[in-house]
Design a protein around this ligand. Sequence first.
Ligand SMILES: C[S@@+](CC[C@H](N)C(=O)[O-])C[C@H]1O[C@@H](n2cnc3c(N)ncnc32)[C@H](O)[C@@H]1O
Length: 245
Amino acid sequence: MPDPGHFDADPSGYEAGRPPYPDALWARLRALGVLRPGLRALDLGAGTGQATGPLLTAGLSVTAVEPGRRLARRLAERFPAVDLRVARTEDVELSPSGYDIAVAATSIHWMDLDVVLPRVREALAADGRFLVWRTEFGDPTASLTPFRERVGEIVGRRAPVVDVRRRGGTAELAQALTAGGLFAVEEIDVTRWSLDLDEAQVRALFATFSDWNEAEVAAAGDAVRDLGGTVREHYVTPLIVLRGT
Ligand SMILES: C[S@@+](CC[C@H](N)C(=O)[O-])C[C@H]1O[C@@H](n2cnc3c(N)ncnc32)[C@H](O)[C@@H]1O
């Protein structure tokens, strides 16, 4: 069973391996009016700052919550302006009504929603928004590429495991986020995007996946080499915009 500490073992690998979120996501957030200079953002599970950086660049002040000590150290090196809390969202101290937006970027599935949702609701201003997004590495609606066939073969060799983390689709996640009646969905926006990756980039990215082992990562890299050295990948980034009820 993977654990969230996986990311903390190699912060520079995480930073180098994960591609930035797509421009279309940031454009949607800008259109929603949540990237305005001066707004106060809470970045939950900030990692090495894939969301923190663009939030700061847009002129927001950012409080970042990150329990991984090594990740947090790297985040502070990269973004000294951030107000950093080395803690889990479940435990961190937050000022009531202290934030205009809360962000969980590819991190909500590591958190206990029963504990976290009331805390986020209390930390948000009355008209605040909770923005939950993640990148799904592999778009099930895109046509199957030779590389994705090879990925399917690698994953298909695994013994079946029971993973107790929330791994449902976006609709299921939206339901879980609203089930307690504290938040309502304002909109769900889905960005589909593509990226060309070479062998080294595939090795670096797949090594950041908490459910991939070293041999599997090596096999994915070998597949890229066999397929000519570069593969086009298709990804999906669903964004769930929530408002307090
Ligand atoms: C996949 S990474 C995402 C990092 C970053 N937000 C990004 O978009 O790349 C998940 C992050 O959630 C953090 N995390 C795990 N459990 C957490 C919790 N209970 N509260 C806050 N962060 C948590 C991990 O340490 C890790 O940095």
